[in-house]
Write a protein that binds this ligand. Structure first.
Ligand code: DLL
Length: 499
């Protein structure tokens, strides 16, 4: 018989010994000890916290469909477009004036572009401003782009990228708080409440991935388990003992973790309490999302961000799972042709360019993210007015040119993840003069020692890939668990070409 806290619509599951779920049979005392507050639903469907420090107000309203919509701060998330754009303009003017006054790099760029803060009268005037690039940040290392005195900064993150000096990203107290606010907003949009138990499987440290989300989840008030990545058996133990409901990890680690569950004969639907995974920090396809959802028995929400813009929480999927809301009160987005720099209209794919609107320590104007996506202009059924971006299909820098053909690694991933006999790990190796080999693990079910079966599958994959990327790769099918594993961002392309 289940016990339901009389003050709450739903109670948190309670920890029992590893592997045993006491969710329903928990004693009142243990429930009272572990239960950290509850959410009251009034007659209008308004949910408010009844205990603890709860800075935001989660509000839910019934949508025309059967799902309840929950917001962290509805007044910010559903602001009418004209008011949202007026807010953007006001914040843009303030940001432009501040950087011109306090960042020598921007003063110089403005002089070169013959533009002054007074020239920014409408949002369209943004296009008169110069771009900022990753190289600008590297050249300004360590503190050349700081817009506040060092004493007013609170935290430093860095982004290493693939080459050269790192980028140093400073946060003021307000920036730390704003970043956590956007995570709280994003997590609630994906259905999280303070009753959830959040296991953060991202890397803690200079990388923004874990710390920023950690603070955001704490803001909501849910129990945070700062597990960090790796050590899958310990992750599993934590999930079993504390009935983790929400996890945050890279898609490549999620795929690997799914393999671990399979090997340990864990059925996540029966043996775990997982409801959702926040997945980001690297490109992944819709097929990968489905593969993770099937293998872990949960819903996967795409989470996009970059260190230069606070890290995670720039754009996030809501319960509709149909593109990521980019939080337009904090960032202005543009899509440009990565070659010409010309603006592209909603719906057209190009490079995402972002301008910060509220960052204090390190405001950045028109940042060339190199990420390829498009703007979704249509309203979202969730009621949020912030426009969405499509799943990132890769970085402008990731594009491979093989035998004169442009290929994004994600095209290959999409094909591989759609074949049930294939496993979840792969790598693309480029050698010699444009020789491409796709090494991919077989799934446990697809593993077969009959040579003719393996050959047939191999030929099938070559055909599927050739149809997608318009050039014929070599395909190497390898036994499950034999390719290197990634706990953080995966390295999917090894380019050893001598061109
Ligand atoms: O990866 C921040 C982050 C952490 C985002 C955790 C989401 C979750 P960086 O290390 O600076 O910051 O890397 C940023 O990663 O420009 C994209 O190329 C890629 N990226 C991030 N999220 C996604 C995503 C963090 N959901 C770079 N889909 C970005 C595709 C992503 N690519």
């Amino acid at each position: 018989m289940g016990y339901t806290d009389p003050h709450c619509a739903e109670s948190r599951p309670v920890a029992g010994p590893s592997g045993s779920r006491t969710t329903r049979g928990a004693s009142r005392t243990r429930l009272a000890n572990l239960h950290r507050g509850c959410v009251k639903v009034d007659g209008n469907g308004v949910r408010t916290s009844t205990q603890g420090s709860f800075s935001g107000t989660m509000v839910s309203a019934m949508s025309s469909s059967t799902t309840a919509r929950a917001y962290w701060k509805p007044e910010e998330e559903t602001l009418a477009r004209p008011a949202l754009e007026a807010l953007q303009l006001e914040r843009l003017k303030r940001t432009v004036a501040r950087v011109c006054e306090s960042v020598p790099l921007y003063r110089k760029k403005f002089e070169q572009a013959k533009v002054t803060p007074g020239d920014i009268r409408t949002l369209a005037d943004l296009r008169r401003l110069p771009f900022t690039t990753g190289a600008d940040l590297r050249e300004s290392y360590p503190a050349g782009m700081l817009a506040v005195p060092l004493d007013d900064t609170l935290r430093l993150h860095t982004s290493s990228g693939t080459t050269g000096k790192p980028k140093a990203l400073f946060f003021s107290r307000q920036d730390v708080d704003n970043a956590a606010e956007l995570i709280a907003r994003s997590f609630v949009a994906a259905g999280m409440t303070k009753r959830d138990i959040f296991q953060n499987m991202m890397t803690y440290g200079l990388f923004t991935g874990a710390l920023v989300t950690h603070y955001g989840a704490e803001k909501i008030g849910c129990l945070v388990i700062p597990a960090g990545p790796g050590n899958s058996d310990r992750q599993l133990l934590l999930m079993q003992d504390f009935h983790t409901t929400s996890i945050h990890l890279t898609p490549s680690f999620a795929l690997y973790f799914a393999d671990v569950l399979e090997k340990r004969s864990i059925d996540p639907r029966k043996d775990l309490s997982l409801k959702r995974a926040f997945v980001g920090a690297e490109p992944h396809s819709e097929e990968t999302r489905r593969k993770i959802e099937d293998a872990l028995g949960l819903r996967v929400f795409n989470s996009y961000g970059l260190s230069e813009m606070n890290g995670p929480g720039v754009a996030f999927e809501c319960q509709e799972q149909a593109g990521m809301h980019l939080w337009e009160d904090h960032y202005i987005m543009e899509i440009i042709d990565p070659e010409s720099g010309e603006a592209l209209p909603p719906g057209e794919r190009g490079e995402l360019v972002l301008t910060t609107l509220v960052r204090e320590a390190m405001p950045i104007l028109r940042y060339r993210t190199r990420d390829i996506t498009s703007i979704v202009d249509a309203p979202c059924a969730c009621g949020r007015t912030h426009r969405r971006i499509q799943r990132i299909t890769g970085r402008a820098d990731d594009m491979l040119i093989v035998r004169g053909v442009n290929i994004y690694p994600q095209q290959i991933e999409r094909i591989l993840m759609g074949v049930p006999k294939l496993g979840r790990n792969y790598v693309i190796v480029l050698e010699g003069f444009d020789e491409m080999t796709v090494k991919v693990e077989l799934s446990e079910a697809g593993f077969d020692d009959q040579l003719e079966h393996v050959m047939a599958l191999q030929n099938e994959i070559v055909g599927l890939l050739r149809a997608e990327i318009l050039t014929k790769p070599n395909v190497d099918l390898v036994p499950p668990g034999t390719l290197p594993v990634s706990e953080g961002k995966a390295k999917r392309v090894i380019d050893n070409r001598k061109l």
